[in-house]
Design a protein around this ligand. Structure first.
Ligand code: PLP
Length: 388
């Protein structure tokens, strides 16, 4: 038996990839599958962005760039991300990476020592727990509560803060729940972070995909810019998941450390991808508004349809492109229900437990899919639940 380092022993696959593989296998056996498991836009990358990327390759943007990203892109991000949040950022606070994940992983590696505790949302994006463990920290899950529309319960959060807490991870709008953390809750968290000298890593990758009010950012609160890392990116907003482009915004001293981690791991992000990123930010934003409207319509169809199935209750997500219906009335583990729906109904979706123990009793469905497919999925899920 090979012996691997402790830091990789507890790594687990992401549930979405696991179910995708199984669904693909069923497809090769001739079964029709509706894919609601993977969290990525079904729209192609907007044409102006693709064209900019192609031209960038033709114009020779095929070489290394500075590890933290080209200054042009970092400047464009500082202006755009700052403008949206009403904060002044400078380009040397911005670190560009291949996707948003490096803006989660590397700041965590730069801040966390063995023995440090990191509070993170459960249910939450699986990378949070993985990166805390790789950094040698202790993951401390804080449950999200459906009664609070999946915001963080401040009393539960307070209980989790100890002398060893070094970092709190927030994700608003949230994957998998679509919940948004209110300004009032952020104010409370900021007060605790300052009082106990804790960093905050705020994953705001879904900040442009909101259906009611904008999601407030904790970085705007007094005293928070010096202890906040924003993680954001291009994958979800501009349908650019495969381009691999994201960024972190953080205090410059931390940005320098994170850039060095990039230097010694990925080197730099693809040059032409960065050029396309500038076009994404500076080009017409009307397409973002259009897709948000389409996601809203799809959300409404799915939420209404799921609530029409006896035993299922589903809240209206305020952001992102996921619904997180409660299926606890069936009295069966979520993983079993998800598997049954895939095999019986041919609808691939995820058990809430793919996002942590507190996801038990829920399923996650991604509504970045056509209305026709969503309607068909609802019918099929309804038939499956009758047979469960
Ligand atoms: N953060 C959250 C909450 C996500 O859902 C995702 C992707 O699913 C990411 C970060 C990573 O984004 P990227 O694909 O740009 O690395």
């Amino acid at each position: 038996m090979e012996k691997f380092s402790k830091r990789v022993q507890s790594l687990m696959p992401e549930g979405a990839y696991f179910v995708l593989e199984k669904a693909k296998r069923l497809e090769t056996e001739g079964k029709k599958i509706i894919h609601l498991e993977i969290g990525q836009p079904d729209f192609p990358t907007f044409e102006n962005i693709s064209t900019a990327g192609i031209q960038a390759i033709q114009n020779g943007h095929t070489r290394y760039t500075p590890s933290a990203g080209s200054i042009d892109l970092r400047q464009a991000i500082a202006e755009d991300a700052g403008g949206r949040r009403n904060v002044n950022f400078t380009y040397n606070q911005v670190v560009v990476g291949p996707g948003a994940k490096p803006a989660l992983f590397f700041p965590t590696l730069a801040l966390i020592e063995p023995g440090d505790e990191v509070i993170y949302p459960d249910p939450g994006f699986p990378t949070y727990k993985a990166m805390i463990e790789v950094a040698g920290g202790t993951p401390v899950p804080v449950p999200l509560s459906e009664q609070l529309d999946f915001s963080i319960d401040i009393n539960l959060l307070e209980e989790k803060i100890s002398n060893n807490t070094r970092l709190i991870i927030l994700n608003s709008p949230s994957n998998p729940t679509g919940g948004i953390i209110s300004q009032k809750t952020l104010e409370y968290i900021a007060e605790k972070a300052i009082k106990h000298d804790i960093w905050v890593l705020s994953d705001e990758i879904y900040s442009r995909l909101v259906y009611e009010d904008a999601a407030p950012s904790i970085i705007t609160l007094p005293g928070m810019e010096a202890r906040t890392i924003i993680c954001d990116g291009f994958s979800k907003t501009y349908s650019m998941t495969g381009w691999r482009l994201g960024y972190g915004i953080m205090p410059t001293a931390l940005a320098e450390r994170v850039s060095l981690l990039l230097t010694h791991s990925v080197g730099s992000t693809a040059d032409f991808t960065q050029v396309a990123g500038i076009e994404a930010i500076q080009g017409d934003q009307i397409q973002v508004e259009k897709v948000v409207e389409m996601y809203r319509e799809r959300r409404d169809v799915l939420v209404q349809g799921l609530n029409g199935i006896p035993g299922i209750s589903c809240r209206n997500p305020k952001g992102a492109f996921y619904v997180f219906p409660n299926v606890s009335s069936f009295g069966r583990p979520s993983a079993e229900i998800a598997e049954f729906i895939l095999e019986y109904a041919g609808v691939a979706l995820l058990p809430g437990t793919s996002f942590g123990d507190f996801g038990e009793g829920y399923l996650r469905l991604c509504f970045a899919n056509s209305i026709d497919n969503l309607k068909e999925a609802i019918e099929k899920i309804s038939a499956a639940m009758d047979r469960l």
